[in-house]
Design a binder for this molecule. Structure first.
Ligand code: ACO
Length: 424
């Protein structure tokens, strides 16, 4: 199968077929408009591939997720987050020396310019930390403008990964009125972040190793998910050759929405609402099916997974295990389990293949670690950053990539004559 045919009116068009390494099939339509004058129309891009990519493979029907060929379960179990960042960005697992250097670089570039601290003074105390994260990441471009020097991209990649966690932790400290805690070079990526979040100058603080390893796992699970909404935003913005910081900012903003990464915050708000309403989860399962009601089961459904989100499976097990280890009894976990059970056996959800997604259980774990609800999407952004970077880098290094510029079918008024305001 090397070509596909489209018959449009009297004419037949032969289009090349592209087959991926996992036998995914795509019909290459780039030249179709030039040949026929017609476009392919696919709102929401359900059947449209925007690129060829060697980073992440998902088989939604079978619930498979792999980064650069490695199964997500294995990476979440055995790898460190910096190791996964390196793998995603550079395509191979680092050797010992490469990993040591990469991890060391990530530590040494953690500080943000002292002047950047002043930006925090301008934000209101109740500013959403996603607004702060996006503004601060974009403002990094003012400190590190692109010059085209060799090696600059690699250095900016390190800066981004290293500083994002500091920016995020400072956003939290700002929201609770506590002094900023500076990064410490002897801590791992995850422990460093947790220390900046929870340490206070008045007393010693040691990061709980359970929190550290849990955060490492969560970051890995979020690290990439091929052409999702935020990654596509990064690619689209980056395709105009906007700088890396501006491109990442677009990803952060896209992730913020409740239909995407913002769902982890929305899940906890939903579970709290159900709990406060007497825990009648069945009522909410019914409400989610009512087309006249805007209510959806947040944390359910996925554009790609029509089996089970493999990340949700790992997190469901982790949530129970971690809460037990920490001796936390969270009534929201019971509501979540009951809701999941009812929904999974309900015809509406079964027929539409709606399963819990990664956001359904992640919030419960973050809560148990003491991370406030408003920070959940920020946690997701920290995890997804290496994914965005690897897609940005893949695209910028691909000589065949053109600026992203979709077409449309115009449905507005046909040409008409301007009428002066006095005569309208
Ligand atoms: N609750 C109730 N019904 C749902 C839900 C839900 N969570 N999700 C989908 N449906 C229904 C739709 O109403 C539609 O029903 P219909 O066929 O009768 O019209 C059907 O299932 C198909 O859903 P679509 O909206 O067409 O699926 P789409 O792929 O466009 O959207 C999305 C996927 C945005 C994730 C959607 O399932 C949703 O809104 N879920 C809740 C928000 C959420 O959890 N987002 C996080 C996604 S994971 C991530 O981004 C990290």
């Amino acid at each position: 199968m090397s070509t596909a045919k489209i018959i449009l009116g009297e004419k037949e068009y032969e289009l090349p077929v592209v087959v991926g390494t996992e036998n995914e099939v795509g019909i290459h339509t780039t030249k179709f408009r030039g040949q026929s004058g017609a476009i392919t129309l696919d709102p929401g891009f359900g059947s449209t591939g925007s690129c060829e990519s060697g980073i992440t493979f998902i088989n939604g029907e079978e619930g498979i997720l792999r980064y650069r060929g490695y199964a997500i379960d294995e990476l979440a179990e055995k790898a460190s987050f910096p190791e996964v960042c390196y793998l995603l960005i550079y395509g191979e697992l680092p050797n010992k020396a490469q990993l040591e250097k990469f991890s060391d670089d990530l530590t040494r570039h953690s500080l943000i310019h002292e002047d950047m601290k002043k930006f925090y003074e301008g934000f209101p105390a109740n500013a959403h930390p996603m607004a702060i994260l996006s503004s601060m990441v974009c403002s990094l471009s003012t400190y590190y403008p692109e010059t085209g020097e060799p090696g600059e991209d690699d250095l900016n990649i390190i800066r981004l990964l290293a500083k994002a966690k500091t920016i995020a932790a400072f956003a939290y400290k700002k929201s609770i009125g506590q002094p900023f805690i500076y990064p410490k070079n002897d801590l791992s990526y995850s422990a460093n972040f947790l220390n900046m979040m929870f340490a206070v100058p008045a007393e010693p603080y040691t990061v709980d190793p359970i929190f550290e390893s849990t955060l490492n796992k969560l970051l890995i699970l979020h690290a990439d998910h091929e052409q999702n909404c935020s990654t596509s935003a990064v690619r689209l913005v980056g395709s105009s050759h906007a700088n890396i910081f501006a491109s990442m900012t677009s990803g952060i903003c896209a992730l913020w929405g409740p239909l995407h990464g913002g769902a982890n915050q929305a899940v906890i708000e939903m579970l709290t609402m159900i709990h406060n309403d007497g825990g009648d989860y069945k009522k909410y399962v019914k409400k989610a099916q009512d087309k006249s009601d805007d209510f959806k089961l947040m944390g359910f459904g996925h554009r790609v997974y029509k089996n089970f989100d493999p990340r949700a499976r790992i997190l469901k097990a982790a949530a129970g295990e971690i809460l037990e280890k920490m001796g936390v009894n969270d009534p929201l976990l019971d509501v979540a389990r009951q809701l999941e059970e009812v929904a999974l056996n309900d015809d509406y959800f079964v027929q539409r293949k709606l399963y819990p997604n990664v956001d359904f259980y992640s919030g419960i774990i973050y809560r148990a670690m003491g991370i406030p609800t408003e920070m959940f999407t920020v946690m997701f952004a920290l995890g997804r950053l290496p994914g965005w970077i690897s897609h940005w880098r893949e695209m910028r290094n691909d000589p065949s990539m053109r600026i992203g510029r979709p077409r449309q079918i115009y449905t507005g008024p046909q040409g008409r004559t301007f009428v002066p305001v006095e005569s309208r």
